[in-house]
Design a protein around this ligand. Sequence first.
Ligand code: F0G
Length: 416
Amino acid sequence: MVDLTLDTDHVPDVAEDGVWLSCIECNETYAPFDDVIYECDACGGLLEARYADYATFDDFAGEGVWRYADALPVSGSVSIDEGNTPLYEVPGIAEEVGVADLRVKHEGMNPTGSFKDRGMTVGVRVAERLGVGRLVCASTGNTSAALAAYGARANMETLVLLPAGKVAAGKLAQAGLHGATILEVDGNFDDCLDIVSELAEMGEAYLLNSLNPFRLEGQKTIGLEMLEQSTAATGEWPDRIVLPVGNAGNTAALHKAFRELVAAGAMDEDEVPMLTGVQAEGAAPMVEAIENDYDEVRGWDDVETRATAIRIGKPVNAPKALPAIRQTGGTAVAVSDDEITDAQRALAEDGIGVEPASAASVAGLRKLRENGVIEDDERVVCLTTGHLLKDPDAAAAAGGEPTPVPNDVEGVLDVL
Ligand code: F0G
């Protein structure tokens, strides 16, 4: 397994403004803003941003993602006030699952309704700095909505490739209204990602999927913000974070946030929350790898789930996310579509509206409580990644039916 300990003693010559890119497999280093690069030229491994100095809590000031500017690779921003999302109490679910403390960090409260905005505010700024002309992503929906909005904000041409017929209505509408060119591919998300990766390699467009290491830098702020909010609310950090997994970008990004705090001396290794991934049963290659102790994830060709956001068979960030789960003492679990919908209803009963993929986190928590993996004394945060209105059809199917009534008070009272 790759060693993800951050070296704080040595700054390579390629560093610019104290930032460089490093291959997680072979440790080859690259200048961050000279050439467009997504994977290691030497071995094809995933890259991540590294810093001469890692920021601590004292360095943070202001609000939202850019509160954490000292932990980010660029200055300046393409911002529409992303981040600063609520860490909710959920009384109904908390009583049911009975852990020491339970909170839900609702990333659906970002400007375009998902956590993707945190990555795009950083990634699109890097694109500006690199001077690229056109932005591109493959998407199950949310990435395309965020890229379209941030691309519009930066006045850049934006192209999105989506699996035909498998993207929720809200997300498609967002990408269209913000002016992206939308191409529907007769294939799944993994096929779309293959195509956009090739376009990016050809220099046709700048890739803003989570393969792009700068996007994950923005998503790191979920972890930093969650720790600060937990301290303010309870005086303690969570023991465990339960999150939905698709491409496993967030799993990698949260781990990166905590590894940097460890490198900065702001967190002890044994204080890093246990990262616990949840996938839908019909798209669960990460769970399969954790359960079977595989060295690497074996991609699935055929995937299906009602939680279309995580309908992904080949999680590109698996080489980062598998060690993240294992090194933090976390785990991974698969849940059925019906369990996801039940969890979506349970969150709704606590007043929190999420899309199906997000509810997977709560479905996973329930399952891991039932089978005794999550213990009574744990402080848990579930990450809900996207807003209810992203997928109005799924919400309508999970919720109650309207009752037709005549146009008078008696008719209404009859029903009551
Ligand atoms: N939840 C939602 C609502 C998502 O949209 C995604 C990913 C995930 C969870 C999974 O996050 O990839 O970091 O493990 N959506 C991508 C997209 C694939 O195209 O919008 P991950």
